[in-house]
Design a protein around this ligand. Structure first.
Ligand code: ATP
Ligand code: MG
Length: 395
């Protein structure tokens, strides 16, 4: 029996060198350990271009599922570890060949340890000879049904016949911090996932308008944050009470411009929070044309109140594509729970689709909003959310 006792993790072609490479691997290593933290018995090791996880009897299916969620992994394999000598290596290759129902194979060897006495070609040839002699398998170097991979390291050699695709991207947290505007909708949790995939560390800000928005709605946002936090570790959510600002907007501007003004206020607050917590950009779940506030005119008018870059990872995605990702990352079912967020409760009948900065400023000049923003910031509360295993089972 093949004993797949070690996971070998590859990070693919890193274009970065030197210190960046070291940071990449260091961060990936700690993210891998964090993702697998609840699985007992695992042992971790890293080298220049690989990470190894010894299973010590842990359930490979759970490890597989978790590793597929770690950004920065290009692929990984469940391997059998043997000592770096030809007898052990050919023995393990033969075990894989004996257990397969495939008809054709190819050997693929990578010799990381250049002091190993045989070259990759010779290792391939010797292993293939043993397999040909002892099984009915035939060699097919162009389209083999089975690829047997051998990686020779200094003391250990790793042998496998499968290569599982990783999530790609950069290790979460390596590329700096973004403040994501997180609502309870479908889009912004997906935006969180996409930002993390680029290696960004996400913090979130949420605007709630109690008593018009319920405690349930707030809890839903915290639950969503906890779900996506699995990809990066803890995710702080800064909660801002938006009620007074929202009421003042409705009193002064009335229906058509309310959403525009509300969103301009949200962006101003988001920039202040981002600056306070060292985030270099704001993130949103906006997508062009999706709703009235997401026409290009609206986006331009709202964006003009901030100087920070605004990252909108979903900007050109279709709603269906976004929903697909939401389902895949497990946030969809929670996102569609029917709790009002602050936009739906004050839902205007005729939102303007082509707002202008000039008109927005006209309305904004009619009330003293800066002290209200200051107060909201002063009273801001922060909840650190964290992924919980049992959460999955509720859904
Ligand atoms: P979502 O599904 O993310 O709620 P949406 O399609 O409902 O998006 P809008 O309600 O116009 O669109 O919101 C656009 C973006 O503005 C959201 O993706 C989110 O980034 C931000 N946003 C909206 N409401 C809030 C809120 N209450 N708190 C924080 N951010 C918000
Ligand atoms: Mg929304």
């Amino acid at each position: 029996m093949v004993n797949y006792d070690t996971v070998l993790i590859r990070f693919g072609e890193l274009s970065t060198k030197g210190k960046n490479r070291k940071d990449f691997i260091g961060r990936l290593y700690s993210n891998v350990k964090y993702m697998l933290r609840n699985i007992e018995g695992l042992e971790f090791r890293k080298t220049y271009d690989r990470i190894y996880v010894r299973l010590n009897g842990a359930d490979p299916e759970i490890v597989r599922e978790k590793l597929q969620k770690v950004f920065g992994i290009s692929s990984f394999s469940f391997t059998e570890r043997v000592d770096s000598n030809m007898e052990a290596i050919t023995g393990a290759c033969l075990r894989i060949a004996e257990e397969t129902d495939k008809k054709t194979f190819k050997m693929i060897t990578r010799r990381h340890d250049k002091s190993f006495p045989l070259r990759s070609d010779d290792i391939n040839r010797q292993c293939a000879a043993v397999i040909l002699k002892n099984t009915d398998l035939k060699v097919d170097v162009h389209e083999p049904e089975l690829s047997i991979r051998v990686e020779v390291q200094e003391n250990d050699t790793y042998i496998t016949s499968e290569k599982i695709k990783g999530a790609g991207g950069f290790p979460a947290g390596i590329n700096g911090k973004v403040l994501l505007m997180l609502s309870g909708g479908i889009d912004s949790p997906v935006a969180a996932y996409e930002l993390m995939k680029r290696g960004l560390r996400v913090e979130a800000v949420h605007f709630a308008s109690p008593p018009y928005t319920s405690e349930n709605a707030k809890q839903k946002v915290l639950d969503l944050a906890a779900m996506v936090s699995e990809y990066q570790g803890h995710l702080p959510v800064h909660l801002i009470n938006f009620t007074d600002i929202q009421l003042a907007i409705y009193k002064t501007a009335g229906d058509p411009y309310a959403v525009t003004l509300m969103r301009r206020m949200m962006f101003r607050l988001a920039q202040a929070v981002a600056e306070k917590y060292g985030c270099l950009a704001i993130g949103t779940g906006e997508s062009v044309g999706q709703v009235a506030s997401q026409t290009l005119e609206s986006i331009a008018c709202i964006n003009s109140v901030v100087t920070m870059p605004v990252l909108r990872p979903l900007i050109c995605m279709d709603k269906l594509e976004i929903i697909d990702i939401a389902k895949q990352i497990g946030t969809y079912e929670t996102s569609i729970l029917p709790f009002e967020d602050c936009c739906t409760i004050f839902d205007p009948k005729n939102p303007v689709t082509k707002p202008t900065t000039k008109k927005s400023e006209f309305f904004e000049a009619r009330f003293d909003w800066q002290p209200m923003l200051d107060k909201a910031l002063e009273e801001m509360q922060t909840v650190i959310t964290e992924y919980r295993e049992e959460q999955e089972e509720f859904l």
